[in-house]
Design a protein around this ligand. Structure first.
Ligand code: FES
Length: 686
């Protein structure tokens, strides 16, 4: 018998190749070779997900010559699709074009099932799309009196035969409309199927009549103590289609975590009340974000949350009492896969929720998300990742091991508890330089690119005015004041005589520094008080001590690189952070910012279910360090109260800047910054 004629089919960019008989659809060849070529309609020429681009001519690299007739002729299905929806020149539908000769076929990124999601910066890792819920188009057998079986059973049979999806489960919700939908679609339907997790079988989330043209969505949510930030993602493309945030309404029960734990201890029903308000705020946020994106929020089928342990417990409805005292036991440290409705989230009725695992009693799912995003466990060099927020999550590690802790920095870095502080919003001072000779400041405010001493500045800020100082502004300002000799190492602001500027003025028992006086035009007087300096000293000392403690535990004196994460971390100037002694001494070019890494981690877990398994594994290997019970933490904290530090050397910093050797404590009745800082209660997030 004559052997069948076969042709060489080479797919790019994967390089996968194989021989196929004449007439094999390209989609079939791709499937058999394990090439990542998408399809929702199962090769029926409806979804256009299978688009490919054949290449013709001589390919010496592959050793083939592709003739113009290497694929079957353009067919009626393709023509219909092109006339209705349009198709890029040179593209074919992989389910329609069949192999007729040796051919080289490119699979464009948007036709790949596991396509890479574009991220805005050079990230530590790529996001490969592999969502929990996907769409499948199926044709279902019609009912037959002679072979009685339910509509659901025939739908499941079709999904098994056409998509190899076995053991499907369907909720009552789906059954309630299934029969009508099947008939409306004339036995052709599109199903959203959740692939299942752990012991849970795959399940039907939604059924649409015919081929469903729309998409399904997911939310990646960073539930912080101060703000709740959500990204709405298209689960088919992986794109973020809207982002929004709201203040965490629990703030009214306490600014920091400990005060919320105390509130729940002191007030019967307090924890339940905090659970209720945060869930309400989330529902309002989700409605708003869906409206902004112009989608029905009931198309949101999956959600991922990252949060610190106290937020975690309050969100899932567990009293955080145990987190307020040693040994800080979590109700569960494992990841949670739940129905979103169990958390009273008003989304798709069967929407799922995944909450990342917590690392320890004080190191939450937000730190796990940072670990997922920044992947210190894959780093060749030793990296310190600091997620700066009301509570700093700190990770130190490399391929060998990763350590983690959290440190209670308080809200000073977010502009709170600072006399002229404010959140980062138009009108807030965000960049500052202080002239070391005149001691005068120049600054930039959010909303304008001009420095305050540049022409046109007044006009540029006409609308917003100058309203206060945001977190990154206060860091730069205090560091610049130290560099200009207005503040000494222990954190005391000098008198006009000591500093040579009348901008320093007696303000009670200590001196303050005048940054901007807008009173003549009805604006505020923006000053830095000695109390502000102390707030910053405490916050930065907490952050540094956490990092230093991890370095002790790792047995190192220096780190190779530092990643500043957090919405605020992205705006911190590395030089100024180092002048303050907020982060360890490091080459400036090795200090980078990662934006909202916890939010990115949530997005990775939303878009790729394998990443959920990965972080569950990685978290088990992270060594947790509890700062509250480490005596060295207190020691580091006291040393780090100085600017930059009373003990630790900063040789790299010293090679870049010269810190004036000033000391304003003349033994009078004014408090010294260090003493003041030492006497004060250590801010606690416990
Ligand atoms: Fe749907 Fe080709 S697989 S159009």
């Amino acid at each position: 018998m004559a052997s069948e004629v076969t042709h060489l089919v080479i797919f790019t960019p994967s390089g996968k190749r194989g021989r196929f008989p004449t007439g094999t659809p390209v989609l079939t060849a791709a499937r058999q070779l394990g090439v990542d070529l998408d399809s929702v309609c199962g090769g029926r020429g409806i979804c256009s997900r299978c688009q490919i681009t054949p290449s013709f001519g001589e390919f010496s690299k592959h050793g083939v010559v592709v003739k113009p007739d290497a694929l079957s002729e353009w067919n009626a299905v393709e023509e219909r699709y092109k006339s209705k929806r349009g198709l890029i020149e040179g593209r074919r539908l992989g389910c329609q074009a069949t192999v007729q000769g040796d051919v080289v076929i490119d699979v464009p990124p948007e036709s790949q099932v596991h396509r890479q999601v574009v991220r805005k910066r050079a990230e530590a890792r790529e996001i490969v799309l592999n969502t929990s819920t996907k769409l499948y188009y199926v044709e279902v057998e019609e009912p037959d009196m002679h072979e009685p079986s339910g509509d659901l059973e025939r739908l499941c049979k079709a999904l098994d035969e056409q998509w190899n999806i076995k053991g499907l489960h369907a909720d009552l919700n789906v059954l309630s409309y299934l029969q009508k939908t099947l008939r409306k679609g004339e036995w052709k339907v599109t199903c959203a199927i959740h692939s299942g997790s752990g012991l849970r079988p795959p399940s039907i989330m939604n059924v649409w009549p015919g081929y469903y043209e729309g998409s399904i969505y997911g939310l990646a949510v960073d539930l912080g103590s101060t703000t709740i930030a959500a990204h709405l993602c298209d689960l088919q493309s992986g794109e973020v289609i809207a982002s929004s945030g709201v203040m965490n309404p629990q703030i009214r029960f306490g600014e920091d975590l400990m005060s919320r734990v105390s509130y729940s201890m002191m007030n019967p029903g307090g924890a339940a009340e905090m659970t209720r308000v945060v869930r309400e705020a989330m529902n309002a946020l989700f409605t708003q974000i869906a409206t902004e994106a112009g989608i029905d929020k009931h198309l949101i089928v999956d959600t991922v949350f990252v949060c610190n342990p106290v937020m975690h417990h309050l969100f899932i409805g567990v009293d955080p009492y145990e987190l307020g005292q040693a040994p800080f036991a979590l109700a569960t440290s494992n990841s949670l896969s739940l129905e979103a409705s169990a958390l009273e989230l008003d989304l798709h009725p069967l929407a799922r929720t995944y909450i990342l695992p917590c690392i320890a009693g004080h190191v939450g799912a937000d730190a796990a998300a940072v670990a997922l995003s920044e992947a210190p466990n894959l780093s060749e060099d030793l990296v310190l990742v600091v997620d700066v927020g009301t509570n700093a999550e700190i990770l130190l590690g490399n391929k060998e091991k990763v350590l983690a802790c959290s440190s209670p920095t308080g809200p000073a870095f977010e502009g709170a508890q600072i006399s002229s502080g404010q959140r980062a919003a138009p009108g807030a001072i965000e960049r500052v330089e202080v002239d070391p000779v005149t001691k005068d400041p120049r600054f930039k405010v959010i909303g304008s690119d001009l420095w305050s001493d540049e022409e046109g500045f007044s006009e540029a800020i006409g609308k917003t005015g100058i309203t206060g100082i945001c977190g990154s502004g206060i860091i730069e300002l205090v560091a610049e004041m130290r560099l200009a000799g207005i503040v000494d190492g222990p954190g005391l602001i000098g008198s006009p005589d000591q500093t040579g500027t009348d901008r320093c003025f007696l303000d009670g028992r200590t001196y303050s520094y005048l940054v901007w006086d807008g009173t003549a035009t009805g604006g505020p007087k923006i000053t830095v008080t000695n109390r502000d300096i102390r707030e910053i000293q405490m916050a930065k000392a907490a952050l540094y001590s956490g990092a230093r403690l991890l370095m002790d535990k790792f047995g190192v004196e220096t780190v190779d690189r530092i990643v500043l994460a957090g919405a605020f971390g992205a705006h911190i100037s590395p030089k100024h952070a180092m002048v303050l002694g907020m982060i360890p001494d490091c080459k400036l070019e090795k200090v980078t910012s990662a934006g909202n890494a916890a939010g990115t981690g949530a997005r990775i877990a939303l878009l790729n279910t394998d990443a959920r398994r990965e972080i569950e594994r990685v978290v088990k290997d992270i060594h947790k360090i509890e700062t509250a019970i480490e005596p060295r933490f207190q020691e580091h904290f006291i040393n780090a109260s100085n600017i930059p530090n009373s003990v630790e050397p900063f040789p790299i910093l010293e090679s870049i800047v010269t810190l004036p050797d000033v000391n304003f404590n003349t033994g009078g009745d004014r408090e010294s910054g260090a003493e003041g800082g030492g006497r004060r209660r250590r801010r606690s997030a416990r």
